[in-house]
Design a protein around this ligand. Structure first.
Ligand code: UDP
Length: 384
């Protein structure tokens, strides 16, 4: 029997996303593999989404991400309008076997509120589960609404009510992992790299300080708030400081950026990103938060770049200390580990990526969860 899944990617960005878009990238990576496995996919997104699917539904003509700059009372209707369209579609048709929902908070709340007559739902939690304590702490989705995390560490921090709805975790994947072990090795440069949004949780201030202290070269790649290029941030002037990540960058990171030992290159994309990451001695994740999923971590492995990181969040699940990277609970020790990382074998990293982090591995894990969620829902009807 063909499984028909309504994939709810939300109204914020088209799929695939035009630039940065974590969740939309996961959906864009997952859907083609699901379709190869025979799943029919109805994508709920925006009209401009170009991802090949079996059917597309939308409320908004294009991505509404720009609206998030507006005050709450002017933006809170956007995701509700999108969900309203999804629920109308679900009421109007009977071919949807399961909803795979990715819309933070309101997706879960709406699906749970549909009550016992609604479809089976798998809601993927892409974010820090310390958020939304009132919603997560009181969730009642019955047997019909289930959640999954993107790492075991992330779910371990969830309130009990959310954990009771969990069917486990599925690690993130990357297209870069496909045939990663067959790509020729790249000659390593003399630098380390941090890849990600520049903010306190990702800890680029710590990385930059250690680089200056220990004398290793460090390239910081990623946006500062909405600013993707150093010249755009410079042109924005003092007004930009209203954004907390801009304040963090100016006050805590920029003092270490000397354009030589420590450089900030802004957002890198496509081939430039891959070359930067592949050529790095190691990718540094000086985390101060419990990283929930770590896409950039699995990308590093796929490109044959070992990971040096604080052992927080999903890092111990993704990295084997001494083989694919080096982890420490002591952030001051990171500088020493950088030197030892040169002894790790890039081929081990690539092999790990092929075995664990390809889109095909992720898609099979989700198909297994779809069947599990449907079985759990069916059991309720049998017992009734
Ligand atoms: N990224 C990028 N260019 C940059 C910085 C980040 O393409 O300059 C991408 C990175 O490769 C990864 C994503 O942004 O695919 C970040 O995802 P991750 O899960 O690592 O962190 P998040 O931002 O979701 O917390």
């Amino acid at each position: 029997m063909t499984l028909t899944v309504l994939m709810n990617a939300g109204p914020w960005l088209s799929v695939p996303p035009p630039g940065y878009g974590g969740i939309e990238n996961v959906v864009a990576t997952l859907v083609p593999e699901l379709r190869k496995l025979g799943v029919r996919v109805v994508l709920a997104s925006v009209e401009t989404s170009a991802l090949p699917v079996d059917e597309k539904i939308w409320v908004f003509p294009d991505g509404q991400f720009h609206a998030l700059q507006r005050p709450y009372n002017q933006v809170c209707g956007v995701s509700q309008a999108h969900l309203n369209g999804v629920v109308r579609a679900l009421h109007a048709r009977d071919d949807i076997d399961l909803v795979h929902d990715h819309v933070e908070a309101v997706g879960l709340a709406t699906m749970a509120a549909m009550g016992p007559d609604g479809p089976p739902v798998l809601h993927t939690l892409h974010w820090d589960l310390a958020k939304h304590p009132e919603l997560y702490g009181n969730l009642d989705g019955g047997d019909r609404v289930r959640v999954n995390g993107v790492s075991a560490a992330q779910l371990a921090r969830a309130p009990r009510a959310l954990q009771e709805h969990s069917v486990g975790h599925v690690h993130l994947s990357t297209p870069l992992a496909v045939d990663a072990d067959r790509r020729p090795g790249v000659e390593k440069g003399d630098y380390l790299v941090t890849l990600g949004r520049i903010n306190p949780g990702k800890g680029q201030d710590l990385g930059a300080r250690l680089a200056r202290q220990a004398g290793f070269r460090l390239v910081l790649a990623g946006p500062v708030g909405p600013y993707h290029r150093p010249e755009d941030l410079a042109a924005a002037g003092d007004e930009a400081r209203q954004n907390p990540d801009v304040r963090f960058f100016h006050d805590n990171v920029a003092p270490y950026v000397d354009g030589d030992v420590v450089r900030w290159v802004g957002t890198v994309a496509g081939r430039d990103r891959d070359d930067l990451l592949a050529g790095a001695r190691a990718a540094l994740f000086p985390l101060r938060w419990e990283e929930p999923g770590g896409t950039a971590v699995v990308e590093s492995l796929s490109l044959g770049t070992p990971v040096v990181a604080t052992s927080r969040g999903c890092l111990p699940e993704l990295i084997e200390h001494g083989r694919t990277g080096l982890l420490t609970a002591d952030e001051e020790e990171l500088g020493d580990l950088v030197m030892a990382a040169d002894l790790l074998d890039p081929d081990e990293c690539r092999r790990e990526a092929v075995a664990r982090f390809t889109p095909a591995v992720m898609a099979q894990a989700y198909v297994d969860l779809y069947h599990r969620v449907r079985q759990l829902t069916a059991r309720r009807f049998q017992l009734a």
